[in-house]
Design a protein around this ligand. Structure first.
Ligand SMILES: [Zn+2]
Ligand SMILES: [Zn+2]
Length: 89
């Protein structure tokens, strides 16, 4: 089971265990594998470090609320992007 899990790394089919990016389809801007982590990209590693800091300083950190806010912040940006594109025509 362990060998099966590790084999994709050796054949270059590594997939980030957090965001599922691969060497063929990287994050944007392109990410790198975190040193010492065979299946974790540096984009996710940085995010994990920030979340760990947040867990230490927040009074009652809620992942559900964090995700809700993160998704909420993302949605308007995509909508505005479409609107701006449409207005240019
Ligand atoms: Zn990642
Ligand atoms: Zn990545």
């Amino acid at each position: 089971m362990n060998a099966q899990y590790l084999s994709p790394v050796s054949v270059g089919l590594t997939r980030c265990r957090v965001c599922k990016c691969t060497e063929m389809r990287a994050c944007f801007p392109p990410c790198y594998w975190e040193p010492g982590e065979p299946d974790l990209c540096d984009r996710c590693a940085e995010t994990i470090r920030q979340v760990q800091q947040w867990l230490q300083v927040a009074v009652r950190p809620s992942f559900a609320a964090l995700k809700r806010e993160a998704m909420k912040a993302n949605a308007p940006g995509h909508a505005y992007g479409r609107l701006r594109k449409a207005a240019k025509r």
